[in-house]
Design a protein around this ligand. Structure first.
Ligand code: CU
Length: 67
């Protein structure tokens, strides 16, 4: 069963941020796709059996904070 989780990461401002966050999240188990909208500062993660804590840790690992 696929699910979608979204986070707001205000510090994302350019393609570099987008790539860094996407890369870390993509490496998380269960993640199928990551979409970053720099306009709304939203990260949309799609996948199966997603673990909120692990996803937040991945964003943190990329050097960004979830709002
Ligand atoms: Cu940036």
């Amino acid at each position: 069963m696929s699910e979608i989780v979204t986070y707001r990461v205000p510090a994302m401002s350019c393609e570099h941020c987008k790539a860094a966050v996407s890369e870390e999240l993509s490496a998380v188990e269960g993640v199928e796709s990551v979409d970053v909208d720099l306009q709304t500062k939203q990260v949309r993660v799609a996948g199966a059996a997603l673990d909120d804590r692990t996803l937040r840790a991945a964003i943190d690992e990329a050097g960004y904070e979830v709002a």
